[in-house]
Design a protein around this ligand. Structure first.
Ligand SMILES: [Zn+2]
Length: 326
């Protein structure tokens, strides 16, 4: 989830304030030399073709890869609940069928789905039933979606059992996106440690929304887990984005998804591919909050090779799922 979720239907919490601050920060970003360079009008702006740093690929003439030939597999999807809980500022895709139809429109063929009902759950019954909704969608759209289980560590016994049931009975391979701030709880609690232990034991992927500090803590605490961190940036976008990418680069058990803030800053996807490598960057959109097509456009236009694009758009996620399936 992206911090923008908080403006979604039936979802409101205190992080709104600090998201506002991030805009204020950005307004003042001129203090940073790097940001100054980024915003300075280029003296050679008349040149249509940029001089590319060694290792960067020139995009195709159209800038767009042919989508019909590409497999596109989204690592980060929040589907609406059957009771029409939907994460959208102004809801336009309120049912699962509308959700799936919008993915079709954007060319997204497959995806990892979790249910908004689980994200908003106040009781174990709610997250258990939300995960069962996901299982029904996976079953109905065979081969298109992979189920992701969302639990609440404040109900740890039910959560541990649910993770096991989702893996063994429902075939889910993914836990998350866990968003501690919607519940809320800190990732430092003992119950979260038990939760991660269960994810590792079940050989599943842990997908966890973090700010930079939480990311540093989780990485040093759980080197044995396979972790996907959504979002290049956090609420301190420019200040933290390079640090977040560098952290993933240094830890081979970690992956980064392209959703939310940061991927749209031209050059950041290229930086991620250069530092993390093309194998651990995943296409994620955070739909139904954000539009998959905007993320796809940046990937398609990026100064990376066609092979790197193919890996990001589907190949890496397929390889990751294969790894936890066996
Ligand atoms: Zn999300």
């Amino acid at each position: 989830m992206n911090f923008l979720h908080e403006h979604g239907q039936r979802c409101s919490h205190p992080r709104r304030e600090f998201f506002k601050k991030s805009f204020a920060f950005f307004g003042a970003a001129g203090a940073s030399a790097r940001a100054r360079a980024a915003h300075k009008p280029a003296e050679d702006h008349k040149l249509a073709i940029p001089v590319l740093e060694k290792g960067l690929e020139r995009p195709r003439e159209s800038g767009l890869a042919a989508p019909e030939r590409l497999r596109i597999f989204d690592a980060h999807l929040h589907c609406p609940s059957e009771s029409a809980d939907v994460w959208q500022w102004y809801p336009v895709t309120k049912t699962f069928e509308e959700f799936a139809a919008y993915l079709d429109r954007c060319g997204v063929q497959r995806g990892i789905i979790n249910n908004v009902r689980c994200q908003l759950a106040k009781t174990p019954k709610d997250f258990i039933e939300g995960n069962r909704e996901v299982a029904r969608h996976v079953e109905k759209h065979k081969g298109r979606f992979i189920g992701a289980c969302v639990v609440n560590p404040l109900f740890i016994d039910e959560s541990l059992r649910e993770i096991e049931d989702c893996r063994k009975q429902l075939g889910f391979l993914w836990v998350g996106e866990l968003c501690n701030y919607t519940v809320p709880y800190p990732y430092t609690i003992r119950e979260f440690e038990s939760l991660v232990g269960q994810v590792v034991k079940m050989n599943m992927v842990l997908d966890v929304h973090t700010d930079l500090e939480e990311m540093e803590y989780i990485i040093q605490k759980y080197p044995q887990a396979t972790i996907v961190f959504p979002h290049f940036g956090d609420s301190h976008e420019y200040e933290h984005i390079f640090k977040r990418i560098d952290l993933v680069a240094r830890n081979s058990n970690c992956y980064l998804d392209t959703s939310g803030s940061g991927h749209d800053r031209v050059g950041m996807l290229e930086y991620a591919v250069k530092t993390v490598g093309a194998d651990r960057v995943l296409f994620g959109s955070d739909f139904s909050i954000n539009c998959p097509a905007t993320v796809l456009a940046r990937i398609n236009h990026a100064f990376i090779s066609e092979e790197q694009k193919r890996k990001i758009l589907a190949g890496n996620l397929e390889a990751l799922l294969k790894k936890v399936r066996t």
